[in-house]
Design a binder for this molecule. Structure first.
Ligand SMILES: [Zn+2]
Length: 198
């Protein structure tokens, strides 16, 4: 430790001068938000996955015909993760900013929450910042071409649709493409898809 040098927030992407804490309080709040993203149902599902009562969404997606299903054993890694998310990590939050390993802990929490999300819900959805989330929400009424719409529905809603789905909905009059002057492509809004999809 060189006392002459100013201590900086130990998260590389931040690096703001911080004298009394290892990482800024703001990052503790970020970690807290990550930990709070799970509903009670999702946490119960994570424990059920750990106990082998439910298969992870990843495994369900990868399951092939005829594959043996014998997974009623405790999955220790998943059990650990569930314990961390429900108990250990929330308990560390009040002192996290001054914890000597705060930067490591921050990445552990973010990574752990991401992994849990994949185990529970199985998709590799893009993680949105609050601003991106707000912008994405506004886009729900914007007309966009099929390609862009397909990506948007997956990234933002976790809904997989195909061009064929769009054509089917169109032919059944569940959706009408939107005409914009000077635009040759058929345009649709995410809102229309959500209504047709349900
Ligand atoms: Zn910082």
């Amino acid at each position: 430790m060189q006392n002459t040098e100013q201590h900086l927030c130990e998260l590389d992407h931040c690096g703001k001068p911080q004298e009394h804490v290892t990482i800024c309080h703001q990052h503790v709040e970020e970690a807290e938000t990550e930990l709070r993203q799970f509903s009670i149902e999702e946490l119960l599902r994570l424990y059920a996955i750990a106990r082998g009562e439910e298969r992870t969404a990843e495994k369900v997606a990868r399951k092939t015909m005829g594959q043996a299903v014998s997974e009623d054993v405790l999955d220790l890694a998943t059990f650990d993760l569930a314990q961390n998310i429900t108990h250990h990590w929330p308990n560390l939050l009040p002192h996290m900013a001054t914890h000597p390993d705060a930067a490591k802990l921050y990445w552990k929490i973010l990574g752990g929450c991401n992994l849990a999300q994949t185990k529970i819900n199985g998709d590799q959805r893009k993680q949105y910042s609050e601003q991106e989330y707000e912008d994405a929400k506004k886009k729900v009424r914007y007309p966009m071409p099929a390609e862009e719409l397909i990506d948007y529905m997956h990234d933002f809603f976790g809904i997989r649709i195909t061009k064929t789905d769009l054509w089917n909905w169109k032919s059944r009059k569940k959706i009408d493409s939107i005409k914009v002057p000077g635009e040759k492509k058929h345009l649709y809004t995410p809102k229309q898809v959500l209504e047709a999809y349900s």
